[in-house]
Design a protein around this ligand. Structure first.
Ligand SMILES: *Cc1c(COP(=O)(O)O)cnc(C)c1O
Length: 363
């Protein structure tokens, strides 16, 4: 069939995003460890706020998100005037590409980086550039070498997904220092809460410089992936640009109210992060004891390295048959690996026991 109307070039090059599996054939009870969701969420405080906000659904929502931005400013010690909120950080990524890239320009992302960077670059008509990583770590020199006159955006996930590895503060400064005049460095801090104490997601770098943007989300540590709320912190000019291209009602009042409540629920986030770190260490050690290495993770998952792609696929299928859904990451250039989200303690123990059995080392 021929189409009379063709979309802009690049659109049909987009490979649709594939989310983590949420069911397994023939298995009634599943444990989903394939999308880095919070196993203890959503916070009850957020659900209660959402129910209260439902009573005024006849009204259009806030267009400036002032209450949520003010709360974000308080919690993160940032100027609310330099914050913009979106329908997940996915929307912020798309808005950045729409506003700053386009035909004839390049958007850099790294080999094992989040697939939304490439999708949003293509949707904007820009050329995505896939920059190699070294040993599952973002390679600053490779990124600097790939930057040129056409570069408009450089996306770096820190901590990395699916790798869990991090750049050092010095490496982030080196990247920002090397940016071409017309380019923005976007630090995607979706997992910043799970990094070592003191990591600010890149906020201090954004405060100092006009060409760095930090994106954050309520989808992971705050346990609200289904709600779709993310935000960015950037220079006033960048915030102004994003506010011009975003829809005035891009977030509904239910989203705004629930996110604000979750933000104030410090206990929930603190407990989530401390339990995740404890279980992340436990699972990495249990895998190591089975001869399965993983890089030290700064996120809410462990990237298990099996012998090869065949073993990774067999292991994923074995776990799936037991109702344990983990993520194959061949699409991210890591065919021999499986990304395992840190679930609750029972889930972590089941994963370790079943991988031991798969390896013939079970009791
Ligand atoms: C999960 C994730 C996000 C969050 O996306 P939302 O749209 O906010 O749910 C952003 N970046 C990366 C790398 C992620 O893994």
């Amino acid at each position: 069939m021929t189409h009379a109307i063709a979309p802009r070039s690049g659109i049909l090059d987009i490979a649709p995003y594939i989310g983590g599996a949420s069911h397994a054939d023939g298995v009634a009870e599943i444990v989903k460890l394939s999308s880095n969701e919070n196993p203890w969420g959503p916070p009850a405080s957020a659900v209660a706020a959402l129910e209260r906000a439902a009573r005024t659904l006849n009204r259009y929502p806030s267009t400036d998100h002032l209450a949520l931005r003010t709360a974000l400013g308080e919690v993160h010690d940032l100027d609310p005037g330099r914050i913009v909120c979106g329908a997940g950080s996915d929307e912020i990524i798309a808005l950045l590409c729409q506003a700053y890239s386009g035909p004839g320009t390049e958007v850099l992302h790294t080999r094992h980086g989040f697939s939304m960077y490439k999708i949003s670059a293509l949707a904007a008509g820009a050329t995505p550039v896939d920059v190699p990583e070294t040993d599952r770590r973002v390679d600053v020199d490779a990124l600097l070498g790939a930057m040129g006159k056409a570069t408009r955006l450089v996306f770096v996930t820190n901590p990395g997904n699916p790798t869990g590895t991090m750049l050092t503060p010095d490496e982030l400064v080196r990247l920002a220092d090397g940016l071409p005049a017309d380019a923005l460095l976007v630090l995607d801090g979706a997992y910043a809460e799970y990094a070592d104490d003191g990591y600010d997601g890149g906020a201090a770098l954004v405060t100092e410089r006009e060409n760095v943007v930090m994106t954050r989300t309520f989808s992971k540590a705050y346990g609200l992936g289904g709600l779709r709320v993310g935000w960015a912190y950037a220079a006033p000019d960048v915030i102004d640009v994003l506010n011009r291209v975003r829809g005035p009602f891009n977030l509904g009042d239910l989203q705004l109210a629930a996110a604000e409540a979750a933000l104030h629920d410090r206990d929930f986030v603190t407990r989530t992060v401390s339990e995740t770190k404890r279980l992340r260490g436990w699972l990495a050690e249990a895998l190591a004891a089975l001869g399965i290495p993983s890089d030290p993770s700064s996120a809410n998952y462990v990237l298990a390295r099996l012998a090869d792609q065949a073993e990774a696929e067999a292991c994923e299928a074995h776990l799936r048959a037991e109702g344990l859904l983990v993520r194959k990451v061949a699409g991210y250039g890591l065919p021999e690996c499986l990304r395992i989200t840190i679930g609750d303690e029972a889930a972590c123990r089941r994963v370790a026991d079943n991988i031991a059995r798969f390896r013939g080392q079970g009791v």
